[in-house]
Design a protein around this ligand. Structure first.
Ligand SMILES: [Zn+2]
Ligand SMILES: [Zn+2]
Length: 238
């Protein structure tokens, strides 16, 4: 049993690391095409971003692997594989619920990590990326990585979700984590400036967090920032 758990944790670490390498690699390649030479001067920083991100991959992978084993072998969690398990309309709703819960957790832990001591201990690593690149998506100190790694493993015990919809949540998490750090806006300007853009976070919003620190703390949505008066709007020069 312990060997199976260990193997599952190991496999999940490798999957998370490969997912990071593939996604960040792809968007870094797009960035090179769009802003040629941008990464050249940032090489030492990018090397650090990759090292921290790979350490984070293990921190994310181990709990995910243990839970994946428990789901398969012990029936843990509320993840279901049968589309008949819940009404079909619930499938997109479950994705939204996961994103909203993750966003709320992220907003408050992130805001807390901007207090002087937690910042020095846990969050300075992420802000050492100046400016951040596509490789910074998982560039966290292990303490910060732990606060991120517990979210989805906790939610799968609380909120029912189809395994394919969980895949959608993870894909959104991964792609937004990368694109919001790559230093240019991939979302069409018209959409960013639309009513929807007023509520959803893209690179122009998160870049401002990296430039000015104490604002724009959200992950997916601007809801908490707006409610708490920490939304300073978009970074115009992106
Ligand atoms: Zn960031
Ligand atoms: Zn921050």
């Amino acid at each position: 049993m312990w060997t199976a758990i260990l193997l599952s944790a190991l496999a999940m670490t490798v999957i998370v690391a490969l997912r990071y390498a593939a996604t960040s690699g792809f968007f870094a390649w797009l960035t090179e095409r769009r802003l040629p030479g941008r990464h050249l001067a940032l090489k030492p920083q990018i090397r650090r971003e990759i090292r921290w991100s790979l350490a984070s991959a293990a921190i994310y992978g181990v709990p995910a692997g243990v839970i994946a084993w428990g789901w398969q072998e012990r029936g843990w969690t509320r993840i279901y594989a049968d589309w008949g398990g819940w009404p079909l309309w619930y499938a997109p709703l479950s994705v939204l619920l996961y994103l909203l819960a993750h966003d709320a957790w992220f907003y408050w832990t992130h805001r807390w990590m901007h207090r002087p001591r937690p910042f020095r201990v846990a969050h300075a690593v992420h802000h050492a990326s100046r400016p951040p690149t596509a490789w910074a998506a998982m560039s966290f100190h292990p303490w910060e990585a732990i606060t991120g790694a517990v979210v989805i493993p906790a939610l799968v015990f609380l909120i029912p979700i189809h395994v394919a919809m969980l895949g959608v949540v993870l894909a959104i998490m991964t792609v937004m984590g990368v694109t919001n750090h790559m230093g240019w806006e991939i979302v069409p300007r018209r959409l960013v400036n639309s009513a929807l853009g007023g509520w959803v976070i893209t690179a122009s919003h998160h870049q401002r967090h990296h430039e000015e620190y104490r604002c724009n703390y959200g992950l997916y949505f601007r809801f908490w920032d707006r409610l708490c008066g920490t939304d300073r709007g978009l970074w115009r020069s992106l």
